[in-house]
Design a protein around this ligand. Structure first.
Ligand code: UT7
Length: 338
């Protein structure tokens, strides 16, 4: 009797796109009652990139995806699933941004869909890609995190407008017969009882578009910043400790800890709790701000492009966002080094 060979989901390549326009803290000082000093001290952010008016989430996602496909060495025709994580889709309900991106890449007749898990979206999608690949349903999955967060930010609200930026990141996840190339573990979770910590009230079935929505600014993101901050530190630390303990890996043996880039103080608190050295922790928040679902793939791309991420090296991903959602992943980089 012939035995079916197991296949493993492997992280083949990374790509990212950062829009050209920079919004600096000094620019924000002219827009709201804030200072560069306050923003840097409380968040670690110095600047963020903002998409052009006629540049949409799908444009950024397609550019990141194009790079990821090219770097994977896998022909575009072999991609058999396109997934996009975003809370700032091109269209509120349909078509999905994954469908629009597929068309921009001329990838037709393959399954494509979006998920909404806010900042946790990319890691959530890695778990979806893993399930599709390891069940044998798909072979090469394009995973995208893309956000035009500036489209839901109220630039008169100093508590949120200083935090967010635009951008996209993408990865190709492929089937491999080599166990050592496969994801080691992924954990993703949610708790809807904290839904009001981070919310964009409209448009939706509760608040369809109306004059009231416009007048009350219900189309903008609202955040209970301080409460979210405290819960983020607690949840991220616990989640990462658990995934390391479960897999009997010491935090010192992780060359690349890549947390969601929301606030330097959150990253520092989690890194310290894990006794991580500075060089283990990947930081991009100072130059991109919080790009939600794009933040982790943009950070992976940064270390890959700078030659810091080598084939076979272990990555520890950790994220937290609206929903509330959170997720962590342990996996080797199975692509080519720069
Ligand atoms: O990606 C999803 C997850 N998101 C996050 O993890 C974000 C988590 N939250 C945060 O990063 C932080 O809570 C913020 C950066 C948003 C705020 O920092 P904080 O240390 O939690 O400040 P706070 O909200 O407790 O506000 C402290 C003070 C307040 O003034 P009073 O009431 O003490 O007089 C705010 O009005 O800081 C004031 N404030 C500002 N001052 C200058 C809030 N925003 C600003 C600002 N500039 N931009």
């Amino acid at each position: 009797m012939s035995k079916i060979k197991p296949v493993y989901a492997s992280f083949r390549s990374i790509g990212a796109y950062v829009p050209e326009k920079i919004l600096s803290n000094t620019d924000l000082e002219k827009m709201v009652d804030t200072t560069d000093e306050w923003i840097v001290k409380r968040t670690g952010i110095s600047e963020r990139h903002i998409a052009a008016e006629n540049e949409y989430t799908s444009d950024m996602g397609a550019k990141a995806a194009e790079l990821a496909i090219k770097r994977s060495g896998i022909p575009k025709e072999d991609i058999d699933l396109v997934l996009c994580a975003t809370v700032t889709p091109d269209y509120f309900n349909m078509p999905s941004t994954a469908c629009v991106i597929s068309d921009k890449l001329a990838i037709h007749n393959v399954q494509a869909f979006d998920i909404s898990a806010a900042c946790s979206g990319f890691v959530y999608l890695l778990s979806v890609a893993k399930a599709f690949i390891e069940s044998g349903m798909k072979k090469n999955v394009l995973v995208i995190g893309a956000e035009k967060f500036s489209s839901i930010v109220d630039y008169t609200d100093r508590s949120t407008c200083i935090l967010f930026g635009d951008g996209a990141g993408a990865a190709v996840i492929s089937a491999s017969e080599k166990k050592e190339e496969g994801f080691i573990d992924i954990h993703a979770s949610a708790d809807g009882s904290y839904a009001d910590f981070l919310v964009t009230p409209a448009p939706g079935s509760i608040h369809p578009v109306s004059q009231k929505v416009i007048d009350e600014g219900l189309n903008f993101v609202q955040m209970k910043g301080n409460e979210t901050f405290k819960l983020a530190v607690k949840t991220l630390t616990k989640d990462v400790k658990e995934i390391l303990a479960k897999n009997e890996i010491d935090s010192n043996d992780i060359p690349h800890f890549i947390p969601h880039q929301a606030n330097y103080r959150i990253i520092k608190a989690v890194g310290d709790a894990l006794k991580m050295k500075e060089e283990q922790v990947v930081l991009t928040v100072h130059k991109y701000g919080n790009t939600s679902a794009a933040s982790i793939p943009m950070a992976i791309n940064d270390i890959w492009e700078s030659g810091r991420l080598q084939n076979g090296e272990l990555m520890l991903l950790d994220t937290f966002g609206g929903g509330l959602t959170w997720a962590s992943a342990l996996l080797p980089f199975a692509g080519k080094s720069v």
